[in-house]
Unconditional design. Structure first.
Length: 171
């Protein structure tokens, strides 16, 4: 009898959690189609996410004034450098700076290789698209344009390179 009561209460609790979870927005939902965006690179050229279909895209959202972003940048740079020989992956660095000149100067100072883009007026849309509540923030998009990690591991996290290689291998 006690066992049945425990099971019934567990089921009731499970249903109450399900009901309340249904009303909560998904923080990091399962993979969904990536929404395309077009931003400007350091040369003033328009670059779209869809330009990289067929490649696995690693996105690093940052800003030149963001101390945690700058602390993480050497790990981002190392990860990008370590995977530079892999033509299946592209590293994209999207800045939330307000001043384009400061952003371009910081890109030059860091020497980080990859696609450097300026969020500009599209910052709020990007924050919504990737469920961002702060930077630095990382996202991974597979070769079909599907977001596989809206809140991906930080480059400095233990095992990031191995996990990323696993995603790329399955892609």
């Amino acid at each position: 009898m006690i066992k049945k009561l425990f099971v019934l209460s567990f089921i009731a609790i499970g249903f109450s959690f399900k009901a309340s979870d249904a009303n909560m927005p998904a923080r990091n939902p399962l993979p969904a189609d990536a929404v395309n965006f077009t931003l400007t690179d350091t040369a003033g050229k328009k670059v779209s996410l869809s330009d990289f279909r067929g490649k696995f895209v690693v996105i690093d959202f940052w800003a030149s004034w963001c101390a945690p972003c700058l602390e993480e940048l050497p790990a981002s740079k190392k990860l990008a450098d370590d995977m530079a020989g892999n033509d299946k992956v592209v590293f994209m660095f999207i800045s939330f700076d307000k001043n384009e000149d400061l952003w371009k100067d910081k890109v030059d100072d860091t020497g980080t290789k990859g696609i450097h883009l300026f969020a500009g007026e599209h910052g709020d849309q990007l924050k919504d698209m990737f469920n961002m509540d702060g930077i630095p923030h990382y996202a991974w998009i597979n070769s079909k344009g599907v977001i596989v990690a809206k809140n991906a591991m930080h480059p400095s996290d233990f095992g990031t390179k191995a996990v990323l290689k696993g995603y790329i291998a399955k892609d």
